[in-house]
Design a protein around this ligand. Structure first.
Ligand SMILES: Cc1cc2nc3c(=O)[nH]c(=O)nc-3n(C[C@H](O)[C@H](O)[C@H](O)COP(=O)(O)OP(=O)(O)OC[C@H]3O[C@@H](n4cnc5c(N)ncnc54)[C@H](O)[C@@H]3O)c2cc1C
Length: 325
């Protein structure tokens, strides 16, 4: 392995690669600066029979304190290449999965469709994987196609059209199948009025101002789109109001109603600003976070008969099996 990856760092603390500042050590870590390097790293790890895991900005991944006895590939580039092709009223943008989402928002001069993404950390690859979104929009709305490495017995390069990506609310085929590694994507945007675009970006930033500041992964659970028990709806009229107005019940509302704001285990705390955020006050462990998440699920189930589903991804020895090739 050392021969194959002379540039790999060894025994690397992964907390530095997550916005949550949580995570044990990885045996190896490589920063891939472009898709060729990413591909090469994956090829080598398959040859060496060392499991790998790709991270972008680490802003949606809870990394276990137990770390990873394998290779972490960081696919994130601060100054990426973004190619824009204009035709009629549209622009097609092609860029690597390593491009930070915020960079893309800033780069879309005169095109509309990504204003919702302002303030969301992480990369395009991570956003496509989790179909990131906000304010009723998501990355799926702009995707034309995604270039992917499919890893089975060997490696195959494939193009997935949007309809093949299995996009749904915070879902994609990539999220459910870690053998699909995203290399790059083509996105399509409409030309728009520059002042209106700026204004929308400003408004969206303003909406985020109330979000907790510290180390976090953003929203931990998905909002609830399913049916709610009739007796529960009767007992909690705001549930019906949310369903009628928004079409879902916000996870933050459910957690707050359970009186869990400010609940703390170790240094992990359910934010008192926004109940669907868990913040790492300083030295939180992944175990602390998992326990808080279980507490949330248990209390919400008890009070509302609702099973909350995680929005964040959990990367731990229990989930690592599926990354073995
Ligand atoms: C303060 C804050 C606010 C946030 N607000 C929002 C929000 O409004 N809406 C929202 O949707 N999210 C939000 N998030 C969550 C997160 O920022 C987004 O989901 C982001 O798109 C994740 O990107 P990432 O590169 O950091 O992903 P990572 O955490 O690095 O990875 C997430 C998953 O994607 C996989 N992955 C990463 N890159 C690739 C690749 N190239 N190919 C295949 N798989 C890959 C990883 O293996 C992992 O399973 C927020 C987070 C924070 C901290």
């Amino acid at each position: 392995m050392e021969k194959d990856f002379p540039k790999a760092e060894k025994d690397v603390a992964l907390n530095n690669y997550s916005t949550f500042r949580i995570g044990g050590k990885a045996r190896y870590l490589i920063k891939a600066s472009d898709k060729k390097e990413l591909e090469k790293a994956i090829e080598k790890s398959l040859e060496s029979k060392i499991p790998f895991y790709v991270l972008g900005g680490g802003s949606n991944t809870l990394i276990s304190d137990k770390g990873f006895d394998g290779l972490i590939i960081i696919f994130k580039k601060q100054k990426p290449d973004v190619f824009i092709e204009e035709k009629d009223d549209f622009g097609t943008i092609e860029t690597d999965a390593s491009t930070p989402l915020s960079f893309l928002v800033g780069h879309l001069d005169g095109f509309t469709g990504l204003e919702w993404a302002i303030g969301i950390p992480g990369t395009l690859g991570g956003a496509i994987n989790g179909n990131a979104g906000a304010f009723d929009e998501s990355i799926a709305d702009s995707i034309e196609s995604v270039e992917v490495l499919e890893i089975n017995k060997g490696i195959k390069k494939k193009e997935f059209k949007r309809k093949d990506c299995g996009f749904d609310y915070r879902r994609s085929i990539f999220k459910s199948n870690p053998r699909l590694v995203i290399l790059s994507a083509k996105l399509k945007f409409k030309k728009g009025d520059r002042d209106k675009i700026k204004e929308k970006i400003r408004e969206n930033l303003e909406k985020r101002r109330g979000h907790p500041k510290g180390f976090s992964l953003g929203s931990v659970f998905k909002n609830y789109y399913g049916e709610v028990d009739k007796a529960v709806v009767k007992r909690y009229p705001p549930v019906k109001n949310f369903q009628d107005k928004k079409g879902f019940v916000p996870a933050g509302f459910l957690i707050e109603e359970c009186g869990l704001k400010g609940a703390r285990i170790g240094d992990a705390e359910i934010s008192s600003q926004h109940a669907n955020f868990i913040v790492n006050l300083e030295k939180a462990k992944s175990e602390n976070v998992l326990k808080l998440m279980n507490l949330i699920k248990k209390e919400v189930k008890k009070k509302f008969l609702i099973d909350l589903e995680e929005e964040i991804q959990i990367f731990s020895p229990q989930t690592i099996d599926k990354y073995f090739i």
